[in-house]
Design a protein around this ligand. Structure first.
Ligand code: FES
Ligand code: FES
Length: 170
């Protein structure tokens, strides 16, 4: 079985591995790195549960091969809180505004919202819904999630805090 070398940073930790070219980034993160916070729902780019940050951009890790992340900085939901466990503004707001129920979709929403609020600190309702249009939630509904986005943006503007308190790439 032929394997390709891959070197990348995951949540601030340098990782070198040899992987089959067909291994997805999602499976690499879950199975090789043990980072099972990146969830797999549809596995074909529709649900957003597998969203991670790749060099700061929100991407669906089920649609990428691990070898395509060679040389990149990847942040998963495990890298969003601070090392001592302090939740990021997005995570705190989702909890405060009841933006989750079963939690399956939540890691994907955390990553998408983290990228969205970094790029747009004061989004409108429409901009939030557009920014989250690639993330599906099957049980909570979206009102609490949109409210959480506004709340996180408000907190971040008031405290000048970054979207991520952890190993954010930028
Ligand atoms: S598991 Fe990747 S988009 Fe659904
Ligand atoms: S909280 Fe259950 S699918 Fe979103």
């Amino acid at each position: 079985m032929h394997e390709e070398p891959v070197r990348l940073s995951v949540n601030g930790t340098a990782i070198t591995a040899a992987v089959e070219a067909r291994l997805t980034l999602a499976d690499f993160l879950r199975e090789r790195c043990g980072l099972t916070g990146t969830h797999l729902g549809c596995e074909h780019g529709a649900c957003g549960a597998c969203t991670v940050l790749l060099d700061g951009d929100a991407v669906r890790s089920c649609l990428m091969f691990a070898v395509q992340a060679d040389g990149s900085e990847v942040t998963t939901v495990e890298g969003i809180a601070s090392p001592d466990g302090e939740l990021s503004p997005v995570q705190s707001a989702l909890r405060e505004c009841h933006g989750l129920q079963c939690g399956f979709c939540t890691p994907g929403f955390v990553m998408s919202l983290t990228a969205l609020l970094r790029d747009n600190p004061q989004p409108t309702d429409a901009e939030i819904r557009e920014g989250l249009s690639g993330n599906f939630c099957r049980c909570t509904g979206y009102q609490g999630i949109v409210a959480a986005a506004h709340r996180a943006a408000e907190v971040m503007r008031a405290t000048d805090s970054p979207a991520s308190t952890g190993a954010s790439p930028r």
